[in-house]
Ligand binder design. Sequence first.
Ligand code: ADP
Ligand code: ZN
Ligand code: ZN
Length: 697
Amino acid sequence: MADLVPTVCANASASKQWVRVALDVPLPGLYDYWTVSPAQLGDRVIVVFGRRQMIGVVVALPQEPSFDPLKVKEVQVVLKDIEPFTQSWLRFASFAADYYQRPLGEVLLPALPVPLRSVSSYLGKRSGDGPVSRLGKRRTASQQATSESVVPTLNSAQEQAVVAITQATSFKTFLLYGVTGSGKTEVYLHAAAQTLARGQRVLMLVPEINLTPQFEQSLRARLEPVAGIHGVAVLHSALSDTERLRAWLRVQSGEARIVLGTRLAIFAPLDDVGLIVVDEEHDPSYKQQDGLRYSARDLAVWRAHDLGIPIVLGSATPSLESWANVEKSTYQRLDLPARARAVTLPSVRLVDTRRLQLEQGLSPQLLQAMRARLANKEQVLIFLNRRGYAPALHCSSCGWVSQCTRCTTFTVLHRGAARRAQLQCHHCGVQQPVPKACPDCGDQDLQPMGRGTQRIEEHLSELFPEARTVRIDADSTRKKGSAQALFASIHAGEVDILVGTQMVAKGHDFANLGLVGVLNADAMLFSQDFRAPERLFAQLMQVAGRAGRHSGHGEVIVQTGYPEQAVYQALLRNDYSGFARHSLQERQEAALPPFSYQALLSAEARDLNVAIDFLRGARDLANELSAHYQTEAVLTLYDPVPLRIVRVDNMCRAQLLLESTSRPALQSLLRAWLKLLPEQLDARQVRWQLEVDPLEI
Ligand code: ADP
Ligand code: ZN
Ligand code: ZN
């Protein structure tokens, strides 16, 4: 590979070439430059844009520039330190940009590791020959994977699934539907092994960074013989810039045969993929929530389609979108009906908290079950999706509640190091000391209101002093590597009670966990969002699925004030398909997704009225356009509404929902609409953005 080729040194007789460049700027369009050093499609270039130097990607080699040739500037450097991106990769990024209605540069460049897209890593003082050559030959030593002693013999359901997947030679979407612990991972591993053996690579997505070490371990232990010692590359957002670059280069060079990662790994630069796996496909974390708001699951399906290969979406509680696709025969369902090790699923019990005296939020039933399991040397998981000590601080004499000054939310009480308490806003991040006395009435008796994981942990340590209790949430795992260490100690049996948020609910195969207690599930029950029950059900099934995976006599206790709700009843019967049928019917009657397609325009401004007015104007525009673009489709334009938490960081937020019975019609409407919006509406005081297929409404 050649090093940097500054254009000034290029042969003067070389002919001038036009290049069309995608830049990461919030403007639609591509930008033309010229160069005399050879530039290929997919090369990165350093150019001047406005007054800034930027790195862009060459996405076309036009015959003529699209504007006055005399005004076209020269490329400063054509970067040749990595191979140009392939056509197929560029096509993928273009699709994502079109589908999510964003400029191509805003998709392409953020997909790259930071060193490959920042000018300073090439032209800075200490940049030398650029980040790639600086990496040098040094590589992080790959430890020998601990070889997994036994490869289980597949049961017949697993066998059938593997056969179906590996026999597919062109695009096909499989929904691997298997209860928790049914051995879906084993199916992925077998199918992956066969794909690798055919000389093709495997792309595997998992929803959580914390699941990558466990998967990486199994992949390496099992697939190293076919993939090679450096055959697994891991991509996720917690890697340092250098680690990410290193992994990316191993993927691009073809050295990595298996690419494992979280949602961003869908942008990994590889084409010779033979199989894509999306584990826990229903998981909301496949949706990127800022910048380009893409769904990695949906993009994965498109990519498999584009590459003409099979894709496996795995879940115990598939998204209703995927379930509907099975019913339409767009996807093929593969069933793993039973647990692979333990034949029985955990038993579920609902504890009605309405008539109970709770002790610090814990029912006598749960406490008794905990005692029994601990006496039996089994682990217990208490699931509470609320971090911190208490959701708010409260004055019992005047009713004052701790509130964020910048957001319309309570500030959460946290216990820091040395038990120093603090109030934190989970929306804007502001941190304040705890007041000594009530700011309103001066009373000194301020009390925590409600419970978070810290408080439950504290209480359980008092109640079960002989048990070893740990807490796993975003706070206790902030330090790099700490989550992995905590999970390792659980697997090693050094923990008796785990208190955790959804971080512990996903994917982990705890061998000795007998009991799961669920606290405060009701919080999600009465959300405005039509997907709330679906999400709650998936979350409950998933956390319940941590119990008794190896022993087969697991137990789940859910404390609720609404045991008669459909979600809980379905959980009790372990009835996903019944729940899905019922929910899909409701969605169909209400013409909600997957029976319609949505887009969400959100706006924020200092003044709520400004945001709402902007959205009203936008709605009127959409209304006018709909005559042209929704001829055969039904377009529903809802009223602009403020968000439930209306003010965050002193910005007031509102949204406008669009719904159409036709996806293509909605897409063309959105395209035209986005062109008109900035022209026709005064958006100086508004920050706005469009989200296609929003997950949260
Ligand atoms: P899932 O991903 O469906 O939740 P896993 O793949 O984690 O389930 O499997 C659950 C447990 O069952 C794991 O400990 C796994 O090693 C084991 N297992 C999977 N398949 C088999 C099999 N065919 N025979 C015995 N054990 C198996
Ligand atoms: Zn007070
Ligand atoms: Zn705040």
